[in-house]
Design a protein around this ligand. Structure first.
Ligand code: ZN
Length: 67
């Protein structure tokens, strides 16, 4: 059960939502000033975003590495 319609804002900011969830949250975001504010605040946490990008590039490197 979802705690609130606002629960996906962090996942949305990190780009980790499924396409369907991403679109659903994006529609919510258009109507929800609270989430727009929260998203802006999350966008000011570059360390968090960098950590995710690093994880992704590591995953890509693993794919390219022959075993
Ligand atoms: Zn919201």
């Amino acid at each position: 059960m979802l705690p609130s319609p606002h629960h996906d804002v962090a996942a949305f900011a990190l780009g980790v939502l499924d396409e369907e969830d991403h679109e659903a949250f994006h529609r919510h975001l258009m109507t929800c000033e609270e989430c727009q504010v929260e998203l802006r605040e999350l966008g000011e946490v570059p360390g968090l975003l960098d950590a995710v990008k690093r994880d992704r590039s590591n995953a890509l490197d693993d794919d390219r590495t022959p075993h």
